[in-house]
Design a protein around this ligand. Structure first.
Ligand SMILES: [Zn+2]
Length: 329
């Protein structure tokens, strides 16, 4: 089974659909030349990397484009996942990791994901990848390992700025410089974007739209950057997964506490894995992002549907999923 999965993964990688990035030599779509002058980067491209053209727009997405306007309200809703059809007992989960790569912790995250045969998405900080010091070189090597393992890489800005509090020039610089750093590290330009703290105003949305980037937010989080109580954070995650019936999980691959939570989470989900042989039993399916988004397209989330189901469940003992479990944003 393991061998078969590896073969499938290899085929998928060969097809280019797992990487979420476009090769450098792929021609940019015609629209790129129309949109780039308006948002030309306001910073100097480092001389060290003269081949980078930061104004290149990515090509078509390898998954359905569900939110081309980069509308944030819509992005939050899409992150909740597909509206489960009657009789569908699968609860879809996809994993995302922000704020790396870290040469210490990210490799352990990769090991755990490999152990459970999971493909995830990493939103990385461009600044960590720049420079000629040992740490920057190690960070670039780790990011290449992320891609080689079949995970997706997205842009999380150049140095994690809150984009709603800086100048317009700085917003563009954060997006474009982050993308350029990733492109230099792995030779491909990210098409996924996640604004730090989930903050993106109208100008930022316009910039993201012009670059044809796909905004991905999240629906399940442990606040693992602000806390250290592993068990409590894990319980929080589980409560949200129950309430949300799966979702886009946000963790950070730069803290050992987060690695511990990931280990517990993978074991938890694996023990409750959806089994096609028993289609009447509820279970979780950990899927890659393209699969998640295709299912969202096939059955878009409905406003209020989860609240109604959670309220119905609340009446039943032993199935807790309360309103208060919804993640604060
Ligand atoms: Zn972040």
């Amino acid at each position: 089974m393991r061998g078969l999965r590896a073969v499938i993964a290899a085929i998928s990688v060969a097809a280019g659909s797992w990487v979420g990035l476009h090769p450098r030599d792929e021609p940019a779509p015609a629209v790129a030349s129309e949109v780039t002058p308006k948002h030309a980067p306001a910073f100097d491209v480092p001389e060290l990397w003269p081949h980078v053209e930061t104004a290149n727009a990515p090509g078509p997405l390898p998954w359905p484009r569900l939110n081309p306007e980069a509308d944030m309200a819509k992005a939050w809703r899409l992150a909740e996942g597909p509206n489960r059809r009657p009789g569908d007992r699968r609860k879809l989960v996809t994993l995302t990791f922000d704020d790396g790569p870290f040469p210490e912790t990210t490799p352990r995250v990769l090991e755990l994901l490999e152990e459970y045969d999971v493909r995830a998405t990493f939103f990385v900080i461009g600044r960590y990848l720049d420079g000629d010091d040992e740490r920057a070189r190690a960070s670039r090597a780790v990011l290449r390992n992320v891609v080689e393992a079949g995970h997706l890489v997205g842009n999380h800005t150049y140095d994690h700025a809150l984009l709603t509090t800086i100048s317009r020039t700085q917003v563009l610089e954060q997006i474009d410089r982050g993308a350029a750093s990733i492109e230099r590290a792995i030779g491909k330009r990210p098409i996924l974007f996640r604004p730090p703290f989930g903050g993106l105003d109208a100008f930022g949305q316009e910039a993201v739209q012009a670059r044809q980037l796909d905004v991905l937010l999240w629906s399940v989080e442990a606040k693992d950057m602000q806390r250290d109580d592993t068990q409590a954070m894990f319980s929080d995650l589980v409560r949200q997964l129950v309430y949300n019936e799966g979702g886009v999980v946000l963790l950070h691959d730069i803290r050992w506490t987060s690695v511990k939570i990931l280990k517990k989470l993978l074991a938890y989900l694996d023990a409750r894995r959806y089994d096609p042989a028993h289609p009447n039993r509820e279970g979780y399916a950990i899927v890659d992002l393209p699969t998640y988004l295709r299912e969202v397209e096939a059955s878009p989330p409905k406003r209020g549907a989860r609240e109604l189901r959670a309220a119905a469940k609340k009446a039943k003992p032993r199935e807790r999923g309360t309103k208060s479990a919804k993640p604060a944003r």
